[in-house]
Design a protein around this ligand. Structure first.
Ligand code: PRP
Length: 180
């Protein structure tokens, strides 16, 4: 059984992904030269994008990993629950939060607020995909590789029920797969 059997179409193929990530890496190399940035991988969705991004960069970066879940998001009481926190103090540091997708934006806006309370020099958002049609929170990506339509996408780290993360491209899931 192949994961490809469950796809309606490939939205972003391997070559486009690799070109998009290389372009972004080059941009970050320029913007963060001599800044010793700390790149934060938000588990698990951003893992594949993250590894490809940092290995496409030429300047030295520090790698950090967080795991969060948001609840009550979009309300004034919205909070991020940190399941795994950063290992280092980010005060005075240039932080780049690396996400696979900005959807409603709730997770990122809460996470960004929380990181800013720790007095970093800067916090920027870097996302592989931006699904603008779904935005609820007032947040934009500072660096975005691809704007995508409001489709159910999987692959390159993105899952449906923990499946398809290891698909090497971004595909649209057949509706019968998730409506079963
Ligand atoms: C996904 C994605 C973002 C968030 C985006 O994570 O990785 O963190 O949802 O959605 P939002 O903009 O509507 O907040 P998910 O909670 O599915 O966890 P995962 O990364 O482990 O798949």
């Amino acid at each position: 059984m192949s994961m490809y059997d469950d796809l309606a179409q490939i939205l972003i193929d391997k070559q486009s992904l690799s070109e998009g990530v290389a372009k972004l890496a080059h941009q970050l190399d320029g913007d963060y030269a001599d800044k010793n940035p700390l790149l934060v991988c938000v588990l698990k969705g951003s893992s594949v994008f993250y590894v490809n991004l940092v290995t496409a960069m030429q300047i030295p970066v520090e790698m950090e990993f967080v795991s969060v879940s948001s609840y009550g998001a979009g309300t004034t009481s919205g909070q991020v629950k940190i399941k795994k926190d950063l290992d280092v103090d980010i005060a005075g540091r240039h932080v780049i939060v690396v996400e696979d997708i900005i959807d409603t934006g709730n997770t990122l806006s809460l996470l960004k607020k929380l990181l800013e309370e720790r007095n970093p020099a800067s916090v920027k958002i870097c996302a592989l995909l931006d699904k603008k049609a779904r935005r609820v929170a007032d947040i934009e990506g500072d660096y975005v590789c691809f704007d995508i339509p409001d489709e159910f996408v999987v692959g390159y780290g993105l899952d449906y029920a923990e499946k398809y993360r290891n698909l090497p491209e971004i595909g649209v899931l057949k509706s019968e797969v998730y409506s079963k």
